[in-house]
Design a protein around this ligand. Structure first.
Ligand SMILES: Cc1ncc(COP(=O)(O)O)c(C=O)c1O
Length: 401
């Protein structure tokens, strides 16, 4: 049965794609933006850009109000205790780097950082480099055949030496939700800090950081239908106080002299320089937009579409889906077919999917694969998109076999 997206018309890019014969199935890489977000961006610039905080003029006050309103909206979105627990960064990647530098003093040689085998490079390399700088051990939690962290192994690996657990909520390759609650509880037994990579998870579920019990939760605006260049770092207030300042400059300093300075605490102390003001304001519009939708209907739509994607892949000869995807995406390889050739033929037919290693090279190495094709869904996709994709896939496979 055909399934239309009631929200598709809110996204001008989808009409533009249709007009040029493109089918967008790459939302896990970046999502399209609803008109409300475009209006907010344009509105900020057309009503007058102005720098935030310390402004004694109307445009500056207006920008500051709108900027800080997003902090409040993000607070509600994640159910943080207070806006002071929300730090704006320039993306999820920057947030992980902030954490890996900011927490450096917490570690002593021999301490352990635990990650999982499926981490995106953004939640791997900052910890790997920290471990190399400080002589720490980086332990990697193995996965079950389904593609989730093996909890038996986790119970063995997470122990008294564990100082930090950094874990993805929803894999950007395997599409599996990870057992976060159990992992965080395990880390807490040993007083380890917990960092959640919510870059994909935040898009396909509503999450409460107080229920999760994590110390830090990170996501990027651009995957959540907001603009690029903005990330959100939630930190439990006690955990934020453990961060050392890492970028220095304007805005983050309380008092400065030539040879010494006194810095703000969170959040301002971690937002050095002029922030992406228009982007933050437009992220607020994205949260308003998403908040205005029927969440149940939205996730039900995604689940039905995802089921159709998996069913369509399953019935095709030689197609092998990686892991057991539970939400919004599926990565696959085809026996006897080179992924790059297939990706090329799909691209030629106007199918925008992502081929390669999806910033998770070590995971692909473990899987014994050089890459895969990832199809990922946004709230604007419908069954016609999947029909186009499967027609193109069949045509490509016919040519390649
Ligand atoms: C799971 C996951 N973590 C982190 C990131 C990094 O996000 P960004 O590139 O927006 O910093 C991504 C982006 O693909 C991701 O999928």
């Amino acid at each position: 049965m055909a399934l239309d997206s009631p929200w598709r018309s809110d996204f001008p890019a989808l009409a533009a794609f249709e007009a040029e014969g493109q089918v967008y199935l790459d939302s896990a890489a970046t999502a399209q933006k609803p008109q409300a977000v475009l209006d907010a961006l344009l509105g900020y610039y057309t009503s007058g850009a102005a720098n935030v905080h310390r402004a004694q003029h109307l445009p500056g006050e207006r920008a500051t109000r709108a900027f800080e309103a997003t902090r409040t909206k993000a607070t509600h979105w994640l159910n943080a205790h207070s806006p002071a627990e929300i730090v704006f960064t320039r993306g999820a990647t920057e947030a992980f780097n902030l954490l890996a530098y900011g927490l450096e003093a917490e570690f002593e040689a021999g301490d352990e950082i635990v990650i999982s085998a499926l981490e995106h490079h953004a939640n791997l390399l900052p910890w790997q480099q920290l471990a190399l700088r400080r002589g720490l051990r980086l332990l990697v939690l193995p996965l079950t055949a389904e593609g989730v962290v093996d909890m038996d192994a986790a119970r063995e690996l997470i122990g008294p030496q564990t100082r930090l657990l950094a874990i993805s909520q929803l894999s950007n390759v395997l599409g599996c939700w990870q057992p976060l609650t159990e992992l965080i509880a395990l880390a807490k037994v040993h007083d380890a800090l917990t960092v959640v990579d919510g870059a994909q998870g935040v898009v396909h579920g509503r999450h409460d950081v107080q229920v999760l019990g994590c110390d830090f939760y990170v996501f990027s605006s651009h995957k959540l239908y907001g603009p690029e260049g903005v990330g959100v770092l939630y930190g439990r207030s006690e955990a934020l106080q453990r961060l050392r300042h890492w970028q220095f400059g304007g805005e983050m300093v309380h008092l400065a002299d030539y040879h010494s300075a006194d810095f703000h605490g969170a959040p301002m102390g971690f937002e050095a320089g002029t922030p992406p003001i228009g982007g933050v304001i437009a992220l607020g519009a994205a949260l308003d937009y998403l908040g205005s939708l029927d969440t149940g209907a939205l996730f039900a739509h995604e689940a039905v579409l995802h089921g159709k994607l998996l069913a369509g892949l399953k019935v095709r000869d030689g197609v092998r889906v990686l892991g057991t995807p539970q939400a919004a995406l599926a990565s696959f390889v085809v026996d006897g077919v080179h992924t790059a050739d297939l990706a090329h033929l799909l691209g030629e037919q106007g199918i925008a999917v992502r081929a390669g290693q999806h910033c998770a090279m070590p995971l692909y190495k473990r899987l014994g694969l050089t890459g895969a094709i990832r199809v990922s869904l946004g709230l604007y996709n419908d069954t016609a998109d999947l029909d186009h994709f499967f027609t193109a896939l069949d045509r490509a496979l016919e040519l390649l076999r």
